[in-house]
Design a protein around this ligand. Structure first.
Ligand code: NAD
Ligand code: UFG
Length: 343
């Protein structure tokens, strides 16, 4: 049993991590500034698990809050989800992104170092590969993000590498997520974007539930099997299983390791739309529009390093990802702020 600090634990992925840790018997403290979430997710986490967690309403850029937090608790590990993740917003306001993501991680690592807590799992992203020259993508591909959000992830990766190089007693896991989707099978927690969604799956879900009129498919002239963009969608529960395996892997010995978390299979936009239509039993309107700037034609992982080193493999297929996303969305048509369900 461990005592784990989950930064950004009220968010989409972090809340699923809290469920898994609590069900594993671990104690959980969440620090979240609720900039893109609410405590409703944490209430749901506690209902699902029938266990309590401790919530600190605080910001990881606040060294005083972190100092108190680490003085009050003896953490075995930190799982660091707290961050801003909108590519478009990062282009408009890079300073906000560097401050929140890079400075937030720096403050966190300083507090960890001072408290002699040296185990961290960090949420990186396949966005660090930029536009890949081929697929599938292995961890040794050249990195080169093409927007400020992606560059904050790369700077943080470099920061963690430098920390490890200076003090190899750290245990650092950098997980590069491909496209996390889906929801906990209970339907009680899931993705709840504040504004109109940027990402495909939450957009399709909101079309299905009637919050948005139709899906705009960004381009149908890519060199892919049906001309639409191909991505490696991964069920959030599988993704979290990867974090649990990463924490176990760090227990063996001090190390810094980088792993892709993806299924290894790519699906096109139209294939995702088809699968979602089957899951929700509705035909969903869509229109082909122009390409979205900065989009790769194809991106999917070679997950074999995670398979061999972490003993981890994604289990859930696209149909299950869509079924679980739809259960969450139909039970909570307006996300955490809603009551009642859609028909
Ligand atoms: P999310 O926005 O749902 O969760 C992030 C949480 O962090 C939110 O609850 C937010 O309120 C909190 N937060 C943000 N800045 C904070 C700060 N300074 N101090 C304290 N709390 C703060 O996003 P998510 O999808 O759960 O993503 C979690 C992490 O995974 C992020 O770092 C994101 O960049 C990374 N990631 C996400 C995806 C994806 O597609 N969802 C893909 C790759 C990587
Ligand atoms: N797409 C549409 N219409 C939409 C939204 C998306 O056609 O309304 C298409 C995109 O063009 C792309 C595919 O659906 O071909 C997936 O797009 P997403 O925005 O869901 O995912 P991306 O792979 O573009 O990017 C996401 C995050 C990035 C992250 C990356 C890898 O937005 O921050 O996954 O983790 F870096």
């Amino acid at each position: 049993m461990s005592n784990v600090l989950v930064t950004g634990g009220a968010g989409y992925i972090g809340s699923h991590m809290c469920v898994e840790l609590l069900q594993n018997g671990d104690d959980v403290v969440v620090i979240d500034n609720l900039s893109n979430s609410s405590t409703a997710s944490l209430e749901a986490v506690q209902r699902i698990t029938q266990r309590e967690l401790e919530f600190v309403d605080g910001d990881v850029t606040d060294a005083d809050v972190l100092g108190l937090l680490f003085a009050d608790h003896r953490f075995d590990a930190v799982v660091h989800f707290a961050g801003l993740k909108s590519v478009g917003e990062s282009v408009d306001d890079p300073i906000k992104y560097y401050h929140n993501n890079v400075n937030g991680t720096l403050c966190l690592v300083e507090a960890m170092s001072a408290a002699e807590v040296k185990t961290i799992v960090f949420s990186s992203s396949a966005t660090v590969y930029g536009i890949p020259s081929k697929v599938p993508i292995t961890e040794d591909f050249p990195t080169g993000a093409i927007n400020p959000y992606g560059r904050t992830k790369l700077v943080i990766e470099r920061l963690l590498e430098d920390v490890y190089e200076a003090d190899p007693s750290w245990r650092i896991s950098i997980l590069r997520y491909f496209n996390p989707v889906g929801a906990h099978p209970s339907g009680e927690i899931g993705e709840d974007p504040n504004d109109a969604p940027n990402n495909l799956m939450p957009y399709v879900s909101q079309v299905a539930v009637g919050r948005l009129p139709y899906l705009k498919v960004f381009g149908d002239n890519y060199p892919t099997r049906d001309g639409t963009g191909v991505r490696d969608y991964i069920h959030v529960v599988d993704l979290i299983d990867g974090h649990m395996k990463a924490l176990e892997f760090l227990e063996d010995a001090p190390k810094l390791a980088v792993h892709n978390l993806g299924t290894g299979t790519g699906y096109s936009v139209l294939e995702v739309l088809d699968a979602f239509q089957s899951a929700c039993g509705k035909t969903l309107r869509h229109e082909i529009v122009g390409r979205r700037p900065g989009d790769a034609a194809e991106s999917y992982a070679d997950p074999s390093k995670a398979v061999s080193e972490l003993g981890w493999q994604a289990k859930f297929d696209l149909a299950r990802m869509c079924e679980d996303a739809w259960r969450w969305q139909s039970l909570h048509p307006n996300g955490y702020s809603s009551e009642g369900s859609a028909d």
